[in-house]
Design a protein around this ligand. Structure first.
Ligand SMILES: Cc1cc2nc3c(=O)[nH]c(=O)nc-3n(C[C@H](O)[C@H](O)[C@H](O)COP(=O)(O)O)c2cc1C
Length: 231
């Protein structure tokens, strides 16, 4: 005799998922962040972006883990059509979240937890159709050859201070648009991630110890918590 599948509500993946104090995903299905590269030239969502986020809502997933990476500054885009977080785009980003929640409600799905992922593409930045404009933590003979970076593209300590401020400002905008959290993209060789390997970078943001090389992500996390305490 064929066994009937268990009803969805009886599956462990359907159990609520406590993520943080006061933040409980209604189930354990997750939409992973995935850059769509279909934003408008100013970094605000296009109709295609909106359609994707509506489908996230239709999916029934309990956690939208950042939606997709949005650049904290225009020069941090990995593609000229990546989302950007700015005063000019914030309302459009908020509309993505609201559309997702509206569709989830229309479909009878539980209300998901929705975050926004923040990024700077660093070595792999390509912010306009003019081509790559790498910004790097340190010079690396093999990666520089691959990414077309030169020593002139190393970010200065003043640039790093501005980067921390840009993450903090973006998190505050995301919070004001109702996002439940922000995710700091710290992977795939992008700018924050590259600092983890900045052994030979002089000054405050690099050096031989793990403490030196994690200073930036700790500082960004602190600045985000200060500017957007609900994140
Ligand atoms: C087209 C594409 C875009 C992606 N964009 C992001 C992104 O914006 N942020 C991120 O953290 N990961 C991104 N990822 C990585 C995915 O979230 C995921 O971690 C990765 O694909 C591994 O999961 P999988 O084995 O289920 O594909 C992307 C992956 C793909 C294929």
């Amino acid at each position: 005799m064929r066994r009937r599948p268990a009803p969805v509500a009886a599956l462990p993946l359907a159990d609520p998922w406590p993520l943080a104090p006061g933040l409980i995903a209604p189930n354990r299905w997750v939409v992973q962040p995935m850059e769509g590269w279909d934003a408008l030239a100013d970094g605000s969502p296009s109709d295609l972006t909106l359609r994707r986020w509506r489908n996230f809502g239709r999916s029934g997933a309990g956690l939208v883990w950042g939606g997709e990476a949005a650049a904290v500054t225009p020069d941090g885009r990995g593609n000229p059509h990546q989302l950007v977080v700015s005063d000019g785009t914030a309302a459009g980003l908020g509309a993505l979240r609201r559309a997702l929640l509206d569709v989830a409600a229309e479909a009878g799905n539980p209300t998901p937890i929705v975050g926004l992922q923040l990024t700077h593409s660093g070595r792999w930045a390509c912010p306009t159709s003019a081509g790559p404009r790498p910004r790097i933590a340190y010079s690396h003979p093999l990666l520089d050859a691959r990414s077309g970076a030169t020593a002139d593209d190393v970010v200065t300590d003043a640039d790093v201070d501005a980067l921390v401020a840009a993450f903090a400002r973006s998190a505050a905008l995301a919070q004001s648009e109702g996002f439940d959290f922000v995710d700091l993209k710290h992977c795939h060789g992008y700018l924050l991630h590259e600092f983890l390997a900045a052994r030979r970078r002089p000054g405050a943001w690099g050096g031989p110890t793990l403490d030196d090389r994690t200073r930036l992500i700790r500082r960004v996390s602190e600045a985000v918590r200060e500017s957007a305490p609900a994140s």
